[in-house]
Design a protein around this ligand. Structure first.
Ligand code: XMP
Length: 321
């Protein structure tokens, strides 16, 4: 790869921040930049970095794509307002669900999300604001996996032959692209992000759409969102690298109130990992698994089966699509 990795062990956080703020300020010059904040670790860190470099000339947008976790838009907006970073919420739920209609293939789903995000939503925001740059939190692992052909990460453009200037009308600035997740967290801590943000488990750009097998609909997203809330509530105590719920497409026969119920299946995954390149399933206590199965089948409509994935990455990947 052309990009040179900065290993977390050799990262000098202070000089990295100085260098990157200077670079951002020099690139944007007297203009402004648009910033895509999703509330994940990488985009939160890039927001702080961009704010430090550009102040009010950074226009931060939080795009509500309809596929986020429960309460997420409100939580992220409040947190960044408390940190003194001005931001605007853009409601793009209908656009994302329209683009995902009828799409079942994992890479096509990822492609649809990329297209709506960069072309439709940010294309328009950049045009309206008169900015020439989009700031985003791509990291080294995102690029590596896309280049290796494992999966197309939602935020990778140039490595897939997409020239953002030609396709969407703006340049992309990626200050974190040499860092792994652990390095990004250190930069976030030094920039004054609260620990709940810089130590947040990773969450994918394609959000809950990466956790629905087959076509994504608002109804399926609601089911996986409820299961995710239960899984995160229970498993955050484990301090595992990442934990998630997946909604399967196949249904199975179950019983509800003494009657046959051809219901839905949720799969739980919980990962031990350093940087998402490799992963081991956490050896969760059996009573935790039982509790999860009970809460999910009790509280999430139509779910009659809950499984736990015990496969390593590789050959598995962390997300389901
Ligand atoms: P996989 O599923 O490839 O995930 O083992 C590796 C790590 O990357 C996250 N992930 C993404 N992050 N855009 C992102 O910003 C994406 O398109 C994307 N897909 C996966 C995943 O949650 C895990 O931490």
């Amino acid at each position: 790869m052309e990009i040179k990795e900065i290993k977390t062990e050799s990262l000098n956080v202070k000089s990295f921040i100085q260098k990157k703020t200077k670079e951002i300020a020099a690139m944007v010059s007297s203009g402004s930049a648009v910033n895509a904040l999703s509330g994940g670790v990488d985009s939160s860190v890039v927001t702080m970095l961009g704010h430090k470099a550009l102040g009010d000339r950074l226009k931060t947008y939080f795009v509500d794509n309809g596929i986020m976790r429960a309460g997420e838009p409100k939580k992220v907006v409040m947190l960044f307002r408390d940190l003194g970073v001005p931001l605007e919420v853009i409601d793009s739920r209908a656009q994302f669900f329209d683009a995902l209609k009828g799409v079942a293939d994992p890479e096509e789903k990822r492609e649809a999300i990329t297209r709506v995000f960069y072309k439709e939503v940010f294309g328009e925001l950049v045009r309206k604001s008169g900015s020439k740059y989009l700031l985003q939190g791509t990291n080294y692992t995102d690029v590596e996996e896309t280049v290796a052909g494992i999966k197309r990460q939602h935020n990778i453009l140039e490595q897939l032959g997409i020239n953002p200037q030609e396709e969407y009308g703006y340049k992309v600035i990626e200050p974190l692209v040499q860092l792994r997740k652990s390095g990004v967290r250190e930069v976030g801590r030094a920039l004054g992000l609260p620990e709940v943000m810089y130590n947040r488990p990773p969450f994918p750009g394609p959000a809950l759409a990466a956790r629905v097998i087959g076509e994504v609909t608002p109804e399926k997203i609601e089911i996986v969102r409820e299961a995710t809330e239960i899984v995160e509530g229970e498993l955050s105590k484990t301090r595992a690298f990442q934990y998630l719920a997946i909604l399967h497409q196949d249904r199975v026969t179950g019983i509800r109130e003494g009657k046959r119920d051809y219901g839905l299946q949720i799969e739980i995954r919980c990962w031990e990992s350093k940087d998402a390149r490799e992963g081991l399933p956490t050896r969760l206590p059996y009573d935790v698994l039982e509790k999860l199965a009970e809460s999910i089948t009790d509280k999430v409509p139509r779910v009659v089966s809950v499984t736990y994935n015990i496969t390593r990455k590789p050959p598995s990947t962390i997300e389901a699509i």
